[in-house]
Design a binder for this molecule. Structure first.
Ligand SMILES: [Zn+2]
Length: 277
């Protein structure tokens, strides 16, 4: 996809039209069909697109900047390198829980060194960087989703994070809070990015668990969902059903009493996550 098209799509979603990204769940209640419009903003009963599972890389530029209501200040909720760092609210809450858990386990303290970057901020970052091996062109950085976070351990240099106890704790436990180590060692030929022990991406707990357990990077996970159509998993006694919908205007049958979360994958499909109480 070229940059021009990416920019057009961004403007579309900013304008709130969002054509062609609707998926409809049919919920059966007392023999009546109730339509739940996942495209969001459709009124009572609608399910918003969380965007949690959007794949963003060089081949899949982000289709739209996140709505400003989703992005909040990271400070003072968690320690930060700079007080102007912002992030997606759900992801930030998860970072807070993760940092608290690390502290409770006497692992040490962490801080955020980078969170959300707008298209123009990413453009500036890219243009200013002479070594482009760790920085993506504007439109192609996960930081533009607001769901990616660079984490540093207090007192540990960035190049020493992977070998440190703090770095290893993050790699082993981030899934519990819905994060994946987005650019793992040994996956550079798939992700296109060198190993980054500090960069974590929020995708949600069952998905992060599956990636961690099966050693899948996000590109592999999305492909697995496409190929398999989805899977079921039980985590801490809660059963999750995960479906992949290829069509952008798919209609699927939903079961009354279950909770649903839907995200587009930024490659033309949707991932539906359903669970009981
Ligand atoms: Zn990063």
């Amino acid at each position: 996809m070229n940059k021009k098209r990416g920019r057009q799509n961004r403007q579309n979603r900013k304008g709130g039209t969002g054509k062609g990204i609707a998926i409809v769940l049919l919920l059966i209640i007392s023999m009546a069909w109730v339509f739940v419009n996942v495209n969001g903003r459709a009124g009572a009963g609608s399910v918003d697109n969380t965007h949690f599972l959007e794949l963003v890389n060089l081949d899949h530029p982000i289709s739209a900047e996140p709505g400003s209501s989703q992005i909040v200040s990271a400070w003072p909720a968690v320690p930060v390198i700079s007080r102007d760092i912002t992030m997606n609210k759900t992801a930030l809450d998860a970072v807070g829980r993760m940092f608290s858990a690390a502290k409770a386990a006497n692992i040490g303290s962490y801080y955020i060194s980078s969170g959300y970057r707008s298209y123009s901020q990413q453009k500036q970052t890219y243009n200013n960087e002479t070594d482009k091996s760790y920085v993506q062109p504007p439109g192609c950085s996960e930081h533009e989703t607001g769901l990616a976070v660079d984490i540093m351990a207090a007192g540990i240099k960035q190049n020493a994070l992977a070998a440190s106890g703090q770095g290893q704790w993050l790699a082993g436990n981030a899934w519990k809070f819905g994060f994946i180590l987005r650019y793992p060692q040994g996956k550079q030929n798939i992700t296109g990015i060198s190993y980054e022990p500090w960069h974590f991406r929020y995708i949600g707990r069952p998905h992060a668990y599956y990636c961690h357990k099966h050693n899948l990077c996000m590109e592999q996970y999305i492909q697995f969902l496409k190929d398999s159509g989805g899977y079921e998993i039980t985590l801490d006694g809660r059963k999750y059903s995960i479906f992949y919908e290829k069509s952008q205007n798919a209609i699927m049958k939903a079961t009354a009493g279950l909770y649903y979360e839907v995200s587009d994958d930024n490659t033309g499909g949707f991932i539906v996550t359903a669970w009981g109480k």
